[in-house]
Design a binder for this molecule. Sequence first.
Ligand SMILES: Nc1nc2c(ncn2[C@@H]2O[C@H](COP(=O)(O)OP(=O)(O)OP(=O)(O)O)[C@@H](O)[C@H]2O)c(=O)[nH]1
Ligand SMILES: [Mg+2]
Length: 321
Amino acid sequence: MMPRLMGATDQDTLAELLLRGDKRALARGISLVEDDDPAGWELVREVYPKTGKASVVGFTGPPGVGKSTLLAGLTKVRRAQDRQVAVLSIDPSSPFTKGALLGDRIRLTEHFLDPGVFIRSMANRGALGGLSEATLQAALLMDASGKDDVFLETVGVGQAEVDIIDHADTVVLVLMPGSGDSIQALKAGVMEIPDIIVVNKAEHPLTDTMVREIRGVLSLGPQKGWRVPILRTQAAKGIGVEDVIERMDEHRAYIEEEGTLSERRRRNLLNEVLALATVRLRRRLDAAIEKDEDVQSLLDEVVARRLDPASAAAKLLEKEI
Ligand SMILES: Nc1nc2c(ncn2[C@@H]2O[C@H](COP(=O)(O)OP(=O)(O)OP(=O)(O)O)[C@@H](O)[C@H]2O)c(=O)[nH]1
Ligand SMILES: [Mg+2]
């Protein structure tokens, strides 16, 4: 059975509505994906061949630096360019979900009524593969529904956030004067070097110091290829926002020319396939441990110290499960 939208005519499958850009169908599709409903996976399967057109940009950075405010400004510029925009705000730390957080986390209220803008926040881990996978599925649905720009917003500069951001073609790190921890994370290699760095709240007197520090960290990295721009913005006043758009476009053109866009997408999709396969394999193993007597006796052997864990793991993988 094709998933259908309540109230839609019999001829319109959810996929058809979504591909036509129907906002409600997109919202419904994302909920299905977020709830790990098989209908969500089926929907993604159906529309997947139509994806790959949107430019996916990830925005990450510590809480409160102004990511959402910046996104509101960027959305405004994109709308003026007559492009359709989707914003997905992902909060890995929050137990809340959907509507409840929108007001707080997303400062895009002026865009809520614009049919060319789709805004959504997501915090559910979803059973299969977790938040990172759900993010990709949601981004694919946004792409399929004809959005030209998909903006992913996520809090933090740690590994979990980076996973989410891995689905983006371009990564923008947003900082503000005083966010020294993030510079440390960059320095220590906890976070991959982003494509663009934005220092927001640039009216702050420590902005120059911050920019210098970032420049110092970048000078330790590779000097070839794309030069990571460090941009100053005052998102709350709309200052510097156009500049960010320009650099995003430049980066896009650069990765298209250099072939890194397809390389990056290939790598990200491979990671996705592996991540999903890993989760499924893990589930199968868990089920085998519960039900399969051979597997149980294998474990008993380990517990009794007759078989070491690595050998047991090798035997487990040899088995057909
Ligand atoms: N002083 C100053 N404040 C700003 C600027 N840009 C945004 N803000 C304010 O910073 C606060 C946080 O902004 P958000 O856009 O919600 O920040 P965020 O990074 O999305 O926050 P989280 O999603 O909670 O991580 C808000 O009160 C904004 O009005 C700026 O350029 N200067
Ligand atoms: Mg935010």
